[in-house]
Design a protein around this ligand. Structure first.
Ligand SMILES: [Zn+2]
Length: 215
């Protein structure tokens, strides 16, 4: 298994284990005094913060919303999930809400994903507000058997592959990619041997046949 994926899975298992412990623990809070309960909640918040922070420290990290949108962890629309203190504040103010535990009323943790996990999704949209830089802004299941990407996401690993435009017309093999910084901004070029002029718009959608798994 890919090292990054394995580590992400381990992190996820640890996180969900910690959360289960947290839930079991909270279910036993009925008999505690307000002070003890507050103390325990604060300890729980510290644990959740540590989980979120270990994800953030691990590098490229994104938040998946329930609507399937991908956000940066800093996005203001994800604050209610990322900021565990803010998420729990109403419970700290009203301890009876904690004692009334019904299984689904506690603030949910953010759904954190690595870049590789996001790119593995068959479909996703990026949030227009925080605009994370991923291979797609609106990934849909394209033509069966083809991988669709923006020209700006082409990398050295794509050299030698035969590409088509999203419409289906072949543009030949990718031979060169360059991004040059000019006074006017970034000058992007992707050269294909079937095209007389290079592709200069990094947003142009191109596609190649998805390699069949070899194992
Ligand atoms: Zn966002």
């Amino acid at each position: 298994m890919h090292e990054e994926t394995r580590m992400a899975q381990e992190r996820e298992q640890e996180a969900s284990k910690a959360l289960n412990e947290q839930e079991n623990f909270l279910r036993r809070q009925d008999y505690l005094s307000d002070e003890e309960l507050t103390e325990n909640l604060l300890a729980g918040i510290r644990r959740e913060k540590a989980i979120v922070e270990s994800w953030l420290d691990s590098g490229d990290c994104f938040v998946l919303s329930s609507a399937g949108k991908v956000h940066l962890p800093q996005c203001s629309s994800m604050r209610q999930f990322m900021d565990r203190e803010a998420a729990w504040a109403p419970y700290l103010r009203d301890l009876e809400r904690v004692r009334d535990w019904s299984g689904d009323t506690y603030p949910s943790m953010p759904v954190l994903r690595t870049r590789a996990q996001v790119e593995d999704l068959k479909a996703y949209k990026t949030c227009p507000m925080c605009a994370p830089t991923l291979d797609h802004s609106d990934k849909r299941q394209g033509v069966r058997g083809w991988t669709l990407l923006k020209a700006g996401s082409l990398k050295a690993k794509h050299f030698g592959k035969t590409f088509s435009l999203a419409g289906g017309s072949s543009i030949g093999v990718l031979t060169e990619i360059s991004t040059v910084e000019t006074a006017q901004g970034l000058d992007f070029r992707a050269e294909f041997d079937g095209l007389a002029a290079p592709v200069t718009d990094p947003m142009t959608q191109v596609m190649y046949r998805t390699p069949r798994p070899t194992h």
